[in-house]
Design a protein around this ligand. Structure first.
Ligand code: 1PW
Length: 215
């Protein structure tokens, strides 16, 4: 997301997009979820070219979901809840792990959902960190606690190498472009509970339908 006046990335706008995800009755709007991820990808890309390897997969997942959002069944893809019902009712999900529906909305969103947990853990560490904390350590701890469990060795290795060259905390805060460190902390403190809620609602929905291990 880019602010209109200076054309710079602004993390506040991305976090605001995730806030828009929740409907009044606590469903998750797919359009805003995807828009939030678009913003995160811009952020990753502005951290440097080593992160393109990480963002590339997210970009392809975003593209798959965008195609559903603008496709002929778009009315079924308004919320994550309606997507899950629609794909399950129409046998569009590879629930038997036979590899017949490799690009279902359900399995595609699951990958972003797992990555959102990583992001949430990382940003929570960042929020409570002090000026001596290392972003690389916070990022890899968050990764090992979450997404790493779903990745093969080679991806874990590559991710670990990318974390090492993450900008330090001060530079990282500057790239986020939300103001002085106190402001970053405040913005994170406001946005993280909402991201966590989006995560938890999705997690509960997927658990209820036994979709958490989709291949
Ligand atoms: C500093 C902020 C960090 C937040 C951004 C998180 C981005 C997450 C993307 C990680 C991608 C690593 C490389 C790709 C691995 C894929 O194999 C994997 N995808 C994900 C998103 O984990 C699994 O997808 P697949 O292969 O089953 O289609």
């Amino acid at each position: 997301s880019w602010s209109s006046d200076n054309q710079k990335f602004c993390m506040r706008e991305v976090l605001d997009t995730f806030k828009l995800c929740l409907s009044p009755d606590k469903e998750v709007y797919l359009e805003h979820y995807v828009a939030g991820w678009r913003g995160l990808v811009k952020f990753l890309n502005s951290l440097g070219s080593v992160f393109t390897f990480i963002s590339k997969d997210a970009v392809s997942k975003i593209q798959i979901l965008s195609n559903f959002l603008s496709g002929e069944s778009s009315s079924q893809y308004v919320t994550v809840q309606s997507m899950v019902s629609y794909e399950l009712e129409n046998q569009l999900v590879d629930v038997n792990k036979t590899g017949i529906h490799p690009e279902s909305g359900c399995r595609t969103l699951l990958r972003l959902h797992r990555a959102l947990r990583w992001l949430e853990l990382f940003l929570e560490r960042l929020r409570t960190s002090d000026k001596h904390s290392k972003t690389s350590v916070m990022c890899s701890e968050a990764y090992n606690e979450s997404l790493a469990q779903h990745h093969p060795w080679l991806v874990r290795k590559a991710a670990g190498l990318a974390f090492v060259v993450l900008p330090g905390r001060t530079a990282f805060f500057e790239v986020m472009n939300v103001g002085p460190p106190e402001q970053v902390v405040a913005v994170l403190g406001e946005a993280l509970p909402l991201i966590l809620e989006v995560y938890q609602i999705t997690e509960d929905l997927y658990a209820k339908h036994h979709l958490l291990d989709l291949p």
